[in-house]
Design a protein around this ligand. Structure first.
Ligand code: C5P
Length: 211
């Protein structure tokens, strides 16, 4: 069994920045499970599937293959060979991914893929249920959080850099809704694993998170 490190936590709490930095430094494989839920959301939009049709969405998810490549501190996400890194980061996909993530049929498909991906070698993975459900025996488990306002400011900077016109208030509303949905859903809700190390990143800089 390979060595697995998990980072779970709220949206925009610093999981990706930390996981990518650690993966680069220690030469670990990297899995962004949130990008997989986002990828399924993108495929659903493209296929025009009804977002309440959980069986059709799970069937569609089964046909997808994900891969992650880290280059110069940035991750590229591939879905069936297509680079979807940028198109999955918009607000519509954020919202849709958190809705389809409530469907156990879809989670089952992605969880099997996540476990399969760790067979390649030692891996760091980030998400909401990595330490609680997908890899309960992970060697190191981290749970990250930060204040809603700080997370919204970080997300605003990211989205503005990508040219999306959105206000701080809109992001606060969307993050709050997404956190609420992620924490209260019946299947694999976001919560710290009992053996997770808690890190509050509200007052941490990117450099401090990478150290
Ligand atoms: O991490 P990110 O914000 O990109 O994830 C998008 C959505 O995917 C989350 O809001 C959450 O609903 C879902 N997700 C999940 N389980 C994971 C990772 C992400 O339910 N392990």
């Amino acid at each position: 069994m390979n060595f697995v490190v998990t980072i779970d936590g709220t949206a925009a709490s610093g999981k990706s920045t930390t996981a990518i930095g650690v993966a680069e430094r220690l030469g670990l494989f990297y899995i962004d499970s949130g990008a997989m839920y986002r990828g399924v959301a993108l495929a659903v939009l493209r296929a025009g599937i009804d977002i309440t049709d959980r069986h059709a969405i799970a069937n569609l998810a089964r046909k997808l293959k994900f891969d992650f490549k880290i280059e110069d501190g940035k991750v590229r996400v591939f879905m069936n060979g297509e680079d979807i890194s940028n198109i999955i980061r918009g607000s519509e996909i954020s919202e849709l991914s958190s809705v389809i993530a409530t469907y156990p049929e879809v989670r089952k498909v992605l969880v099997a893929m996540q476990r399969e991906l760790t067979k390649r070698g030692n891996t760091i993975c980030e998400g909401r249920d990595m330490g609680t459900v997908v890899f309960p025996d992970a060697a190191i488990k981290i749970y990250m959080d930060a204040s809603l306002e700080e997370r919204a400011r970080r997300r605003l900077r990211d989205l503005h850099r990508k040219g999306e016109k959105v206000t701080l208030e809109e992001i606060i509303t969307s993050l709050r809704q997404r956190d609420e949905r992620d924490k209260t859903r019946k299947h694999s809700p976001l919560k710290p694993a009992p053996d997770a190390i808690h890190i509050d990143t509200t007052n941490l800089t990117i450099d401090a998170m990478r150290r």
